[in-house]
Each structure stands twice: as structure tokens, then as C-alpha cells.
Write a protein that binds this ligand. Structure first.
Ligand code: SF4
Length: 461
């Protein structure tokens, strides 16, 4: 018997010692390893080869438009109120679907569909219906698919929520970030409490199966007191899942963050107190810690999948469909096949041009070798289950775990001494204190990130 997966312990000394920047592992290798050497032709070949595996499909649609800019945002967005710019974009999505679906066997069923952004509800009701219909024309859906959408609560009404539900959307996600008006003003995202509670009541009335809410800690003017209020109000809203993201202020990477005055950000010590309070309050309210920044009710399918060790990670975060191959549509979207990642072009012009020539709009990507595939499996199991049975990896890939990962297991002994994990002959268990540091544990299996760290280290000397 190991630890229960949902147990989590906040250990300030370990967090201070180990919480160094590390990838979030929504992919392995991470997107940093994607290159332009991976061509549209490579993606086409990989799509055709994927038919041999007969895996089901998970489709992702990226809607990049937003009506205004939230200053914390790190997504690829196009800020415009000119709604007409979305119509040509939809036409290109249909053409991209024509291309991709022509390479895929018709009997591969869609088990999961997700619309993200940007703001998918930027689309008018007619456009939402049209896009949904065009997807259904080209792909065969499973009997009980998971169909989810991210919405912006500032631009939705009861009618739109009911339309989404009638079309077949059964999961919905939206960002609150923080209820405090001063914080909202500082990040340019004003959404009064009353509006949020109204949106939630419409979602419940429409009977969505699962509702996710995003919070962000570390935003301007947040204090332990103000964020306690935000967490309490969120618990009152009673969502099925809560994601509590850590705000990383990196204005040199994310242009919109230049609008934030760094002197208004809570100091690191206060951020840690905020995190501790959030974990305490959410777990006391009955939410289980899923991993990274995610919490879910015990009867939510993420929590069930974690208990059954079928939880998985991809570009949408935690998911229950480990078996499906992810196909992304739209600008910047990423596809994840068994042995390749492919990312579409970023700007609308770069995305439209190849499609006009009848080519896939792939801009970059990476092919995975056997070692990448094994390491990805190890990293994703650790990130999702906080436990790794060596025998499962040995059987699947024909390796001797302790021999194959000799240097990694040596490194893990140091983490075991600090009680982040426990090493057994047959498995690795991450302790409740190690769970908040799961990225810093997983990075030990990531040859690319470790190589870069070593390079930086030697350069420093
Ligand atoms: S947080 Fe959402 S609504 Fe705000 S700019 Fe980013 S994608 Fe758009």
C-alpha cells in the first residue's frame, strides 16, 4: 500500500529548496524542442501512419479571438471587437478539417472534443452552430463523447449557454482568477460577483456534467485576506473542478504583462501563504488534489481516473482519455500523436497561406524516438498517478527499469533522503509532501531540460 493519491502536504522548507522552474509536462519532449525541421509532409505521414494504431481521436479547436486583453494572459490571442474577422477563420478551420480528415480512417471515433482559446464564445450563436455542424460532418463521434468548451463569463448569456448544451457540450470551464474588484481592475478583467453567480446558475440549470473554474494566485494587489475571500466564494459556487494557477510574471516573454506594475505583486512569502490557505480550504471543502494546480470533487471523473490510474496529461492538462491521439485545429494548435508532435502556424496569415495551397499549416514539431516515448510514459505516469510501477514500463517497452534509468534512480535517492518520494524495488511512490513538487521530480527523467541546465551551469563557470 502506498499513499492515497489525493493526499497532499504543504512543506515550506521543501518548497523553498526544490521549487525551481521546471516544465509543466503537457508534452514530452516539451514544446521548446519543437523545430521547423518537422514539416507539413512529416505531419501528413504521421497522420496516415496513425491509422495503423486504430486509436480513437481527441479533437481540439483553437479560437484565438478575444474582445479585450487580460494583462496576465500568456495565450496566443488576437484582440479585436471586429467580429467579422472570425468568419474567414472558420472557413479555414473547415478547409483544415478537410485536409486532415482525408488522411484519417473514417472508422476512428471521436471520444473527446474541446474548444479553447482565446475565447470560443467570441463566436456568435450561428457561428457556434455552424462550426459544430461542420465538425460533425467530417468526423464520426463515439456514443458518449466528452465535449468541452472554455468560456469567458463576461460575454455569455443564458441563451448561449443553453445553445451549447443543446449542441452536445457537456463540460464547461471558465476563469474567475480573483473576485476582488481592485485585482480585477489591475489585470483589466472586470467581472462582478453577481455576473459570475448568474453564469454559474445558468450552467447548472442547463445541466452540464462538469464545471471547471480557474483561479490565479500571485496577481497584483492580492493578499492572503483578499484571496481567502476569493477561495471561499469559489467554494460557494460549488464547481466540480478548480484549477489554482500560479501567476508567473515574465513580461519579457509575455507582452501583455508589461501593463502590470511589478511593485503591486504579492511578495513570494505571501504567495506561499496564499497557496497553503487555498490547499487547506479546498481539501477541507471536500476537493481532492489531482496534481499540479488541479482539484476535483471525489465523484468527478478526473478524481475517479486518478484512483483507477487511468489519468493522463496532454496540452489540455489532465485528461481521462489516455488512449486517444490529439488532433489540433486552428492557429498555434498542437497535435499529439503516439510518436510526433506538430504545431500549427501562429499568425493568421501564416496559418491561412499553406491551407490556400492545399497544404497542412504545420509550422514546427518533433518526431519522437523510442527513448522519448519511454520517458514520456514515465513522466506522465508520475505527474498523473504520483506513483510508478516499474514492471508496467518493463513489460511495455522490454527494458530493465533500474538498468535503463540508472543515473535517474541515483538522483532520485537524494530526493528520497528529503522525503519527496519513496523508492521500492517494484515502484516509486511520491509522498504527500513531494506532490506539490511533482514537476521537480519528473524533470529528473527529462534528458533535454537536464542537458540545458548542465550547459548553463558549465557556462557560468
Ligand atoms: S485570459 Fe482569456 S479572455 Fe483574457 S486575453 Fe487571455 S484568452 Fe483572452
Amino acid at each position: 500500500m502506498g499513499f492515497l493519491p489525493q493526499d497532499v502536504k504543504f512543506d515550506i522548507d521543501l518548497i523553498k529548496k526544490y521549487a525551481k522552474p521546471a516544465p509543466r509536462y503537457t508534452s514530452y519532449p516539451t514544446a521548446q524542442e519543437f523545430t521547423e525541421e518537422f514539416t507539413p509532409q512529416d505531419y501528413k505521414e504521421k497522420l496516415i501512419q496513425s491509422n495503423e494504431r486504430k486509436t480513437p481521436l481527441s479533437l481540439y479547436f483553437h479560437i484565438p479571438f478575444c474582445e479585450s486583453a487580460c494583462y496576465f494572459c500568456g495565450c496566443n490571442v488576437i484582440i479585436t471587437r471586429r467580429k467579422e474577422s472570425s468568419q474567414p477563420y472558420l472557413k479555414y478551420l473547415y478547409k483544415e478539417m478537410d485536409l486532415v480528415s482525408s488522411y484519417l480512417d473514417k472508422d476512428r471515433k471521436v471520444v473527446q472534443l474541446h474548444w479553447g482559446g482565446g475565447t470560443p464564445n467570441y463566436l456568435e450563436n450561428d457561428q457556434i452552430k455552424e462550426l459544430f455542424t461542420e465538425i460533425k460532418k467530417r468526423f464520426e463521434f463515439d456514443k458518449n463523447p466528452e465535449i468541452s468548451i472554455e468560456i469567458d463569463p463576461r460575454h455569455i448569456d443564458r441563451e448561449k449557454i443553453f445553445l451549447l448544451r443543446e449542441l452536445g457540450f457537456n463540460r464547461i470551464s471558465f476563469g474567475i482568477q480573483d473576485f476582488n474588484p481592485k485585482v480585477q481592475q489591475a489585470v483589466n478583467r472586470i467581472q462582478p460577483e453577481e455576473m459570475i453567480f448568474n453564469v454559474m446558475s445558468w450552467i447548472r440549470e442547463a445541466d452540464f456534467e462538469s464545471v471547471n473554474i480557474d483561479l490565479i494566485y500571485g496577481l497584483p494587489y492580492q493578499t492572503l485576506e483578499t484571496f481567502t475571500d476569493t477561495v471561499e466564494k469559489t467554494i460557494k459556487l460549488n464547481p466540480d473542478r478548480i484549477a489554482n494557477f500560479n501567476f508567473a510574471y515574465v513580461p519579457w516573454l509575455k507582452r501583455l504583462q508589461r501593463n502590470i506594475d511589478p511593485s503591486t505583486l504579492p511578495p513570494p512569502e505571501e504567495k506561499l501563504e496564499i497557496l497553503k490557505m487555498t490547499i487547506d480550504k479546498l481539501t477541507k471543502a471536500g476537493y481532492l488534489f489531482i496534481g499540479m494546480d488541479h482539484f476535483a470533487k471525489p465523484n468527478d471523473e478526473l478524481a475517479i481516473a486518478q484512483r483507477n490510474r487511468t489519468l493522463h496529461r496532454n496540452f489540455q492538462g489532465y485528461t481521462t482519455h489516455a488512449e486517444a491521439e490529439l488532433i489540433g485545429f486552428g492557429a498555434t494548435s498542437i497535435s499529439m500523436l503516439y510518436d510526433a508532435y506538430a504545431q500549427n502556424a501562429k499568425t493568421l496569415r501564416e496559418y491561412y497561406e499553406p491551407i490556400d495551397r492545399g497544404e497542412l499549416p504545420t509550422a514546427r514539431g518533433v518526431k519522437l524516438n523510442e527513448d522519448d516515448i519511454i520517458r514520456r510514459d514515465v513522466i506522465m505516469r508520475l505527474m498523473s498517478h504520483f506513483q510508478l510501477y516499474k514492471g508496467e514500463i518493463e513489460e511495455k517497452y522490454g527494458i530493465k527499469f533500474d538498468e535503463y534509468f540508472k543515473p535517474e534512480m541515483e538522483r532520485l535517492k537524494e530526493l528520497e533522503a528529503d522525503e519527496l518520494l519513496k523508492l521500492y524495488p517494484d515502484r516509486i511512490d511520491v509522498t504527500p509532501a513531494g506532490r506539490l513538487l511533482i514537476r521537480n521530480i519528473a524533470v529528473n527523467f527529462d534528458v533535454y531540460t537536464l542537458a540545458k541546465k548542465e550547459k548553463r551551469f558549465s557556462q557560468a563557470i
